[in-house]
Design a protein around this ligand. Sequence first.
Ligand code: AHR
Length: 510
Amino acid sequence: MSTATATAVINLDIEGPKISRHLYGHFAEHLGRCVYGGFWVGEDSPIPHVGGIRLDVVEALRALNIPNLRWPGGCFADEYHWKDGIGPREQRPRMVNTHWGNVEENNHFGTHEFMALCELLGAEPYISGNVGSGTVQEMSEWVEYLTRDGDSPMVRLRKANGRHEPWRVKYWGIGNETWGCGGNMRAEYSADLARQYATYCRDHGDNKLYRIASGANGDDYKWTETLMQQISCFGCEATPRTFFQGISVHHYTMAGPRDAKGSATDFDTDDYYRTMLSARKIDRILAGHSTVMDIYDPGRSVGLVLDEWGTWWDVEPDTNPGFLFQQNTLRDALVASTHFDIFHRHAARLYMANIAQTVNVLQAMVLTDGDTLVLTPTYHVFEMNKGHQDAASLDVHLRTLNTRRSVGNEELDTLSASASVKDGTVLVSLTNLDAQKPAEVTLDLRGGTVGEPTARLLTADRLQVHNNPHMPEAVAPRPFNGVKATGQGLVLTIPPHSFVTVEAPLARTS
Ligand code: AHR
């Protein structure tokens, strides 16, 4: 078996833009078993919980330093009426979740429960408001209910429901996928609505909102351009500002077309490489939107927010097709690790990203079944990479000899890397996507020196390997002792289909 070889040149003394911790954000929708059975088991459950919120899930997720959690959707957000989810639970109205499985939604998990969950996770809330079937007043009052101090109708309502102090909620989504499930709008109409809703989502006291307008589907750059043209408040010259502070975009990774996405676990090497091409597409998508945004906002004050990303496979056999429950293999982990390398490279514009979704739905971190919980391979990538959160990015210049392969009509580079430095520690993430070949990589560190490195490896015998309650650590990080210091730099051989992190103290920069 041949070995691929590559050199990664990293200038330790040239720090790039900060990698926003919010690139490691999450998403929890009222969909399938994400909220009900995942985060929420209710106060009468025998499963250990705090006020109805599952403790094992919270404990597992706390290790990821989740920076923010988006809720309640997704498509569900545009049929959610928040006042149905406050007050005594047994009196809350019920509804049908028409987007996801046509099941009854009892509204037991509502605003107070979500805020309690965020507090337990140590995550900032990101609330996605209803534009598709709600009203401006409804969203405006939700902001007031959550964030206003003193006395007002919504403040009195909040106090009557047991919460005296206002919460801090910075992140607000103005609709979701308004081009699709959120109302099937045209970009022009959606942009006008975003301006209108953003106007009435007020900053109460010092709770300054970060309003995120519903943005493009994948590579629809025209949509972003339309929003950017409408972003400035021309009547506000005295205090120039934009109506929204962020613009969203969604991109999912699939091995085939939407109606033939393929199995999460039963796939071959061709499917695998096609998946990786689809994942890599996010680079072009982020670059395209950033370019458009640069024209209208050269100072980069408006954030690009990829608030839905991840793999989307066929649902597991014999599960509700509307619940989007899928397994998670080593392939999913490598999709995540290559996404993060790309995110880090777009740190100047990309402000937030939210994987879909945290528990039991699509590319989840944890899968629960009754009282069992399993950490997925993707979970481990988030954990191994968490040192990049709020670190200064370091450019990685890859000189590769034989790491490219043809996939259909396209080329796929099978080596992916990114690096950052924070608090005197350098963190390098490396993914070898090749299904057969190891890759020998020399980390040519310039402009400084590092101390003794430590490394971890995430891999398995086969790409299809996943964790389950009987084999919870089939894919789990192991210490990796293969990093050698040589005259050329740090040299390591990365096994096929593997993810490695190398961490080293920064001894000095020149
Ligand atoms: O994450 C699942 C769904 O995908 C979301 O509800 C929607 O926004 C997207 O189409």
